[in-house]
Write a protein that binds this ligand. Sequence first.
Ligand SMILES: Nc1nc2c(ncn2[C@@H]2O[C@H](COP(=O)(O)OP(=O)(O)OP(=O)(O)O)[C@@H](O)[C@H]2O)c(=O)[nH]1
Length: 391
Amino acid sequence: MDGPSDAEKLPVTIVTGFLGAGKTTLVNHILKGDHGKLIAVIENEFGAVSIDDALVGENIKEKENIITMDNGCVCCTVRGDLVRALLTLKDRAKKFDHVIIETTGLADPAPVAFTFFINPEIAEAYRIDSILCLADAKHIGLHLAEEKPDGAVNEAVQQVAFADRILLNKIDLVNDNLLDDVIDTLKSINAVAEVIKTTNSVVDLDKVLGVSSFSIEKTLEVDPDFLDDEEGHAKAEAIENAAADGTDDASKTAACTDDSHGHSHSQINRQGTTLNEPAKKRPRKKKHDLTGVSSVGIVAEGELDFAEVNTFMMKVLQENALSIYRSKGVMCFKDQGAVKFVFQGVHEQINFGPSSVMWGQDEPRVNKMVFIGRNLNRKELEDGFRACIAK
Ligand SMILES: Nc1nc2c(ncn2[C@@H]2O[C@H](COP(=O)(O)OP(=O)(O)OP(=O)(O)O)[C@@H](O)[C@H]2O)c(=O)[nH]1
């Protein structure tokens, strides 16, 4: 018997893009939009302390419409969680019109997309509408050019290569020449995806929702092994088992092939074909290797001193502009009543100010700060931040 047609399946948008590119800003733009759709959001954060759910939660009417997956990358350690989240959403009485998955900025989108093909229940209920990649016009060049250890994928390249739409965001931060260069680089990696220039991820919603721009044929052109993963069957089985028994161990084992928290995917080159084109022998797939990349999450009770935080953050971000990819947090300050502050940093670029919502009456006023980067000094960051609590 034939399965359901694509039109009967729930459309899913996978939002990808490097750390700080504007993914959460896009999700919020979509949620606030006048589209009349009931949207469920699956948020994945790399660190154990999540901030994005609070930032997205401000725009989502009911808490149950947002599912957060912390402490791991959706393409690696929490893939079992993704399967569980999708199965849970499918069985909810409330019928959603659309699902958005916001991946971590370090996720390789290929295994996330793969999930929609290996699990029959998910394949029957969902279709990928689009893989959207947010690219930060100012910093994407840096990340695309980053040399990775031998055998490891560059996640920024994978994100661009697998997208069917690229939102080239933060165009306010670059001049026209640089913008043209960035577009050339993006096109050299992915010649087929439409590139849409945006500021603050503001895009016409018709260009991002219900666009049916994902195509398995195009994906297979980018990665001919996409559905034919060396470990694919073992992975599928392990992930399904993990989903069934409520543990992630199986997906960890399946997805992470070594201690460096890696698993294998094709590395894409600038022409959008796999490196080491398969000759007779299948090329060894490259690993998603996050060695040295970590997140430091800090939860601190008490009110912060404004001047101390300012001095500490400026110093830390100036001294580590290249190694701290991303910093973000929610904070409460002395003498500021119920005003909730949001800190957003992308490398040395900072946005810091009051949130659009206040601390709720029953909401515990707890400061949360996350730093994500390479070779972070956990103790220095934790001690420094805690020292900013007002005496
Ligand atoms: N100048 C400028 N800032 C922007 C733009 N779009 C987003 N931002 C800011 O960039 C910061 C990061 O944006 P997010 O939407 O949180 O980025 P993200 O990709 O979700 O970040 P991660 O989830 O940490 O990977 C925030 O301070 C945004 O307000 C833009 O077009 N121009």
